[in-house]
Write a protein that binds this ligand. Sequence first.
Ligand code: PLP
Length: 422
Amino acid sequence: MQKDTIAIHTGYDKKNGNGEMAVPISQTTAYAFRDSEHAANLFALKELGSIYTRLNNPTTDILEQRYAQLENGAAAIATSSGAAAIFYAVANVAEAGDNILISDKLYGGSVTLFHFTLKRFGISVKVFNSDDASNLEELVDDKTKAIFFESLSNPQIAIPAIEKIVEVAKKYGIITICDNTVATASLFNPISWGVDVVVHSTSKYTSGNGTALGGVIVERDNLAEFFKTNSARYPQFTTPDASYHGLVYTEVPLPNFCLRVRLSLLRDIGATPAPFNSWLLIQSLETLSLRVEKHSQNALKVAEFLKSHKKVKNVAYPGLKDDKYYAKAQKYFKGGLASGLISFEVESFEEAKKVIDSVKLFSVVVNIGDSKSLITHPASTTHSQMNAEELKKAGVNPVTVRLSIGLEDTADLIEDLNQALN
Ligand SMILES: *Cc1c(COP(=O)(O)O)cnc(C)c1O
């Protein structure tokens, strides 16, 4: 089936139930078992079905099926936020004593997770240069369990050397995890370029209206084979899980990565989406491809305006022909579209603050992917927990302003920015 059809129909049969055209919300905590044997079968995975909403839910299940197919994956698991999806994806493969390799250009929340919170769990990180991945291979060791990067990084608006990263990962048998939040499943499918696991914050473009927080993890086909081949690095998939009566994940004929997240991490930590949020995200997913196309077209027009403005020093938008990442956007992203984020630099910190304080139509918000245009100053907000050196390393400059271009008429957006800059 084609993507636009999947986004609207996959996983739901309206002939069941009362024929509801809209996917019903299963707003329930638990599910009645037919009898004790049914309950035992569900827990033993001899039969698949709902047990308790912390583990699975029929509404969330439809969102998961649609996301898995939209990302060309084998399975997906939805979480309560993008941050939870990232934590689970990493915690599924790494534990105390292990390390992960991370891109030098990441979302601020991921930077603090990796450098501070995971460190408290004994997982260390090593940072590679994502533009060309030239120092990636030298960072690999026996304890390296994942390579993590963003396909279109927020807020640097950079595109990594995806093929090089995948090549190194395959050479050593290491799982790659790609945060595809900004590019979206509509413009780019990391799995088709050899990535193993994709994560999203569905709070952004998937929601599209800024109404529901959510996250999703998608795994590629055949990871069981990968784990068997690389069992020395990933014994948690090929040896008995004492917490699940000795289950060996690679012996279960279900996509292994999401299975383990569900049976251990969701079970024990529980950052599960509310059924209502899954329902909201199902509505939004129906129009994702339309919206992302429009976000991208609008952003290109605004980027071109900024480029021509005398008070603007630098504009980063991979849809601009002279942008550093233009060639990569053309190569990887559908139609060369580059989504809705733009960053630009002005003369000074004061000038950046003045722009933020003068806009009328743009909202000063630390979110992205909303139908409403948003403006933010990363150095004083999302990345404010970093010191000057960390900011520099993260590619966040005190004079950088970031825009998330919405779905309004660009004439109004340009007029607003023009008056704020002058
Ligand atoms: C927002 C965001 C996240 C975190 O997602 P939440 O849903 O806010 O928890 C992770 N990665 C990227 C690229 C993001 O933009």
